[in-house]
Design a protein around this ligand. Structure first.
Ligand SMILES: *Cc1c(COP(=O)(O)O)cnc(C)c1O
Length: 685
């Protein structure tokens, strides 16, 4: 949104105004507890409530067939109606008068609908029903892979889609009397498949309410939608049971069946009666639970499907949507993700921002990140190096003060700050990081006193939330605390090694931690991170990356050069080979030793950690921690070596920031505007 506004594009963002956002993470005895985040309790000064911008959203009920002027029509008679009220969040662009709008919908009870219940005298149930309406926008689902509250989640999706489309169509109709120009004026970008009900919804509105025929409606729908996909494997794709969809949205199910029927006819023309292929590509999945495949629905109807990094597109073509790619190769593209330098440098790191502008002689990089390349001309300049080190030190001191305030631990800014902050997930391999820390601890414990002088002091910082139902992720958080407890209180180790868990990781925490980091870890098993954006924020702030060749890191290597990074581990092809052809996993005695330390209770909680240790045991080690372990330790040793030479480290740091321009969201958005939406900047006079 920040990039859209800054580059003067005419765009709107739509979303839900959740009463409770993602849970607040509280740590008690090293265990994660989830608490509601009451973010609206003291009001939200940035939003404008639009009491007059509201739309009814319908659910349940039945479809009646009628004949109007000799034509068969469908009339959806709903069983429940909820009102969507708009809350506007203005997004001002940087250095432009253009300000765009993020419109969020809140669910409120619908008055007209309730009158019936009040009139029948069912007062108490009428009041309870009013309250139930508000639950639709009450809670953000913390894990979109879990199917608890499936119906409420589907209700949320349709509520969002219906309100947004009513708003868009109303605005279009204010100045147009037919829908002929709709594809010319409107482009809708679906963020993953969660809003894919928008597709049958536009068909329904055009056919049932605007009385267009199917062909005309389809002609419009097939020109307006495009999709950004985030999934990396077929198992991660969203499915909705037919029974659920049919009861909540009976007319939409009919339309989806019709879209699928026509699609199957099209496939038969090309492939004949290849039923295996047809059943793989069908929008409807037959099986124990008959379901709608939201991704297939979106692929059939969107004119463009984008991955979020170059390697992700390759994965989509070969693994996730192989059949669809064969049928529609031209639909598949990619736009590597980006982040905005306005937030991730200018707001979060003012000292670095000032330094960059001083050495480039301009602050124009805030709108044009390619200019950062100019820093490369000064990397050998000792005064830039010294100023750069000063700025980094100021940010490290700020971070150590934050750590002391948060968890009461003192850490020295002379140490290397080694950071891994992101959602806790097995594929992101925080466990690999912790096992590496145990190895480092073990080495220090077994060292002669005289050798300790050569150890580069480290402060290892880990932060992130685990989805409430994700037991293994929660055990990783507990292990981090158990290991920290041991290391941080061991006088043999002192300041040579500290392990800090920062609770309640969120954007505000990230803004403070990232500028104060020396090294940051992005160590997912190759092939599992679609893009990753955390690495880009660190890069912009001059932090060096320790990473696997996964997601956007592959493109970061091209910009920064692997000699300025610490890259390790199996690449995507090697991971595929290891898994498919059962090639030998690299065995590691050092890995076996640190896992045994955990399994045998060296850090306590022996029984509790057993199932966690089992996940990395032999053939159960799906994320290949053991395979990558020695290579990981080597990369860590390289980082130590580089850190000893502060001059060299500083040059690598300057080169990281200098090469980060490509990862500005301005580049991503310009690509979408030119190649997917076909829109031009529209400057305010
Ligand atoms: C950027 C960001 C992420 C994404 O981080 P990855 O390292 O790409 O997983 C997650 N959470 C917050 C709060 C962020 O700011």
């Amino acid at each position: 949104m920040d990039s859209l506004a800054t580059m003067d594009f005419p765009a709107w963002g739509y979303g839900l105004r959740y009463q409770y956002g993602l849970f607040r993470q509280v740590i008690l005895d090293g265990f994660q507890h989830e608490q509601p985040d009451y973010w609206l309790n003291f009001g939200n000064p940035w939003e404008i409530e639009r009491v007059h911008v509201s739309y009814p959203v319908k659910f349940y009920g039945a479809v009646e067939e009628k004949v109007l002027e000799g034509k068969k029509c469908h009339v959806w008679v709903p069983g429940e109606t909820v009102e969507a009220v708009a809350y506007d969040n203005p997004i001002p662009g940087y250095g432009t008068r253009n300000t765009i709008n993020l419109r969020l919908w809140a669910a409120k009870p619908s008055d007209q609908h309730d009158m019936e219940a009040f009139n029948t005298g069912d007062y108490i149930n009428a009041v309870i029903n009013r309250q139930r309406a508000e639950t639709i926008s009450s809670l953000l689902y913390p894990d979109d892979r879990s199917y608890q509250g499936k119906e409420l989640r589907l209700k949320q999706q349709y509520f969002f889609v219906s309100a947004s489309l009513q708003d868009i169509i109303r605005r279009f109709k204010d100045s147009h009397s037919t829908f002929d120009d709709f594809p010319e004026k409107v482009a809708l970008q679906l963020n993953d498949t969660h809003p894919s009900l928008a597709i049958p919804e536009v068909m329904r509105v055009l056919i049932d309410e605007e009385y267009l025929d199917w062909e005309k409606a389809w002609g419009i729908v097939s020109k307006i939608f495009s999709l950004t996909i985030h999934a990396v494997n077929p198992e991660g794709l969203e499915k909705v049971p037919v029974d659920l969809l049919g009861s909540l949205l009976p007319r939409h199910l009919q339309i989806i069946y019709q879209i699928n029927f026509l699609f199957m006819e099209e496939l038969k023309k090309r492939y004949g009666l290849d039923y295996n292929r047809l059943s793989r590509m069908s929008i409807v999945e037959e099986g124990a639970v008959k379901s709608i495949r939201m991704a297939n629905l979106s692929l059939v109807c969107c004119h463009t499907v984008d991955g979020v990094s170059r390697i992700h597109l390759a994965t989509l073509k070969t693994r996730v949507f192989k059949d669809f790619h064969e049928f529609w190769p031209q639909k598949f593209q990619y736009k590597t993700n980006g982040v905005t330098q306005r937030r991730w440098i200018v707001v979060s790191n003012p000292p670095l921002s000032g330094l960059i502008s001083k050495w480039l002689g301009t602050d124009a990089w805030i709108r044009d990140m390619d200019l950062l390349l100019g820093l490369r001309d000064h990397t050998e300049d000792t005064s830039l190096q010294e100023e750069w080190m000063m700025v980094r030190r100021v940010n490290k001191i700020r971070l150590s003060e934050f750590i002391e305030a948060m968890i009461g631990m003192k850490v020295s800014p002379d140490a290397m700050f080694d950071v891994q902050i992101k959602r806790i997930h097995e594929y992101k391999r925080q466990l690999l990081n912790i096992l590496g820390i145990i190895h480092r601890y073990d080495c220090i414990k077994n060292m002669k006193e005289s050798d300790k002088e050569k150890v580069v002091p480290r402060v290892c910082i880990i932060g992130g939330k685990a989805a409430p139902g994700y037991e293994i992720a929660k055990k990783i958080i507990k292990l981090c605390h158990a290991v920290g407890e041991k290391i941080n209180n061991d006088s043999d180790v002192g300041d040579l090694l500290k392990l800090v868990f920062i609770p309640d990781y969120n954007v505000s925490v990230a803004e403070l931690v990232i500028p104060g980091s020396d090294l940051s870890q992005h160590i997912s098993t190759a092939g599992h991170e679609a893009s990753g954006t955390g690495s880009m924020k660190f890069l912009m702030n001059g932090c060096l990356l320790l990473a696997t060749a996964d997601g956007s890191t592959i493109e970061i290597i091209e910009e920064i050069g692997k000699e300025n990074m610490f890259i390790f581990g199996a690449n995507v092809q090697e991971v595929t080979n290891l898994r498919q052809k059962g090639l030998a996993v690299k065995k590691s005695l050092q890995f076996a030793r640190v896992v045994r330390m955990v399994a045998e209770g060296y850090f306590g909680f022996k029984d509790y950690f057993k199932s966690l240790c089992d996940t990395v045991e032999g053939s159960s080690d799906f994320y290949l921690l053991e395979n990558d372990f020695e290579s990981y330790l080597e990369a860590q040793a390289e980082a130590d070596k580089a850190f000893v030479d502060q001059k060299k480290w500083t040059k690598m740091s300057i080169l990281s920031t200098a090469g980060s321009g490509r990862f500005s969201s301005d580049r991503t958005i310009r690509d979408y505007a030119q190649n997917t939406w076909g829109i031009e900047p529209c400057k305010c006079p």
